[in-house]
Ligand binder design. Structure first.
Ligand SMILES: [Zn+2]
Ligand SMILES: [Zn+2]
Length: 134
């Protein structure tokens, strides 16, 4: 008698769990996805800040990140089309409008906002950023 009761309880329990699982997995698959995505992209640029090339998926601007306590310093050396990787299009600093040499790069600050998104603020190229501070 006891074993039959236990079996029935286990059966009911597993059916309820399955129904709950089906219900929740159908209800918010989008929410689960957005949670996993927020950590993924580190730096996303669709247009190269230096040469203005429209970047496709997989073409990324090369960045060197130097981590600090409150924020990180990023050196942006350009996309494959202007950093010598696939091409050498002319590069212009968005701040001082001067043409950047091949070994030049943009300097930016990067930090995580309260909402978890990563924010990058470009202050200029190596010439005008470090020139101003002196
Ligand atoms: Zn570029
Ligand atoms: Zn500049």
């Amino acid at each position: 008698m006891d074993t039959i009761l236990t079996l029935t309880l286990v059966l009911i329990f597993s059916i309820v769990t399955m129904l709950l699982y089906l219900y929740f997995s159908r209800k918010n698959p989008g929410e689960n996805q957005s949670i996993t995505v927020t950590e993924k992209p580190l730096l996303e640029f669709t247009t190269c800040l230096l040469c203005g090339s429209h970047l496709q998926k997989g073409e990324k601007m090369k960045t060197d990140v130097y981590r600090g306590n409150n924020y990180s310093v990023v050196h942006i050396t350009g996309c494959p089309w202007c950093n010598g990787n696939r091409g050498n299009r002319s590069r212009q600093c968005p701040q001082c409008k001067k043409e950047l040499p091949m070994d030049g790069y943009l300097v930016g600050k990067m930090w995580k906002k309260d909402n978890g998104k990563i924010h990058v603020q470009v202050s200029g190229c190596v010439l005008c950023t470090y020139g101003k501070q002196r």
